[in-house]
Design a binder for this molecule. Structure first.
Ligand SMILES: [Zn+2]
Ligand SMILES: [Zn+2]
Length: 373
């Protein structure tokens, strides 16, 4: 059964230096809590950030990736919330579990939606469930709405949205004004809770639930193998890459091989923009994640059989990846031998058929000779 998971419990009532104390709600996203805190004080997010950290252009960066200790202690002092609690509402703890290397200063964090910031404007990166926001007494944005494997709401079983339902602009609460509500669109000022909520795709919801469990427990499985969360997410990423290759080349051995494990693969189309996974719209990610879920569920044995049946080459499975997930790596390394033995078996079968034919013909010839003599 698909359930909603908890990433952090939030805080109870807080004592704060602000005129209106604003507690952290369960699973609330750090940067969006800061926006909510600003609106509660009757100022826009730019003003509150300028008061906390003069000369720091906070809203041009991805604040949920983390802030330094000095800035954090200023915020903790002012808000009355422990730094530890605030860090739990950021993306770093989840990103580290799912494979982020601390030293890597990469522009994109795998599995975290990219904001595509240009000054304060954003191209995307934040999703929401209109029904969750409608149910909230004080509407707030959830941490998991920024995770790239999230495409559905596990509570309401509907698809998440990543655009305003009125003007189709990205969701940018950081650009709200003091007089706006948390559920206003920063572009058209419409209420983003409006509009129909579309049902979630079952397979995308199931994959999301599975990936949540892996991120929260630190382990996941592939067939009989137990993998560390990092390895599991690398395997998921590998299948994502294979599915994008298969979607680009509709008629290919790779496409046939993967469609043997998940018929949905033949309906996949390459993303319109060709952007990286963390920049794709919710709907496009959802389709690819359904496929990833099916390939992981199929397990290594079925993949091995499909690969041998299609006589796949190791280069098709490698696709230029310098190091493959461990269970894929062993399959790819054994591949030339496996395909050769399949061909040899095929040739042996053909040879034995022809021997039978010869024997049959020889017997018939002998019968003819006996009748003639
Ligand atoms: Zn919801
Ligand atoms: Zn709008």
């Amino acid at each position: 059964m698909v359930t909603a998971h908890t990433w952090h419990p939030g805080t109870g009532r807080v004592v704060s230096r602000w005129p209106v104390p604003v507690a952290l709600a369960p699973d609330e996203l750090f940067s969006m809590w800061l926006v909510r805190a600003a609106l509660a004080q009757g100022v826009d997010p730019l003003v509150l950030a300028g008061h906390l950290w003069p000369k720091w252009r906070v809203w041009t960066i991805d604040l949920d990736r983390g802030i330094n200790d000095e800035r954090m202690s200023t915020l903790a002092r002012e808000s009355g919330i422990d730094a530890e609690k605030l860090r739990e509402a950021m993306l770093l703890p989840i990103a580290l579990v799912t494979g982020l290397e601390r030293e890597a200063a990469s522009a994109i964090w795998h599995w975290v939606l990219a904001l595509g910031s240009r000054n304060r404007k954003r191209r995307g990166g934040l999703q929401y469930c209109s029904l969750c926001l409608a149910d909230d007494v004080r509407p707030y944005f959830r941490l998991h709405w920024r995770l790239a494997w999230h495409t559905c709401c596990a509570v309401h079983k509907v698809s998440l949205r990543d655009r305003c339902c009125h003007c189709q602009f990205p969701i940018e609460p950081n650009r709200l004004a003091a007089t706006d509500a948390m559920t206003s669109c920063s572009n058209c000022r419409g209420d983003i809770r409006h509009g129909p909520a579309l049902p979630a795709a079952d397979a995308a919801l199931a994959f999301q639930d599975c990936a949540d469990r892996v991120a929260l427990t630190g382990t996941g499985s592939y067939g009989i193998h137990l993998l560390q969360a990092k390895e599991w997410f690398r395997l998921a990423r590998y299948f994502l890459m294979l599915l994008r290759c298969a979607a680009r080349r509709q008629v290919s051995g790779l496409g046939k091989c993967l469609a043997g494990l998940d018929p949905g693969v033949s309906r996949l189309r390459p993303p319109v923009t060709g952007l990286g996974f963390e920049m794709l719209p919710t709907l496009e990610r959802s389709r690819f994640l359904e496929g990833v879920g099916a390939l992981i569920m199929a397990g290594p044995e079925k993949l091995r059989n499909a690969v041998i049946a299609e006589s796949m080459k190791d280069t098709s499975l490698r696709q230029g990846w310098p190091s493959l997930p461990s269970h894929i790596d062993s399959l790819v390394r054994d591949l030339p031998q496996l395909v050769r033995s399949r061909k040899a078996k095929g040739n042996a079968a053909a040879a034995s058929m022809s021997r039978q034919t010869i024997l049959y013909k020889w017997a018939r010839l002998q019968r003819k000779m006996r009748r003639a003599s």
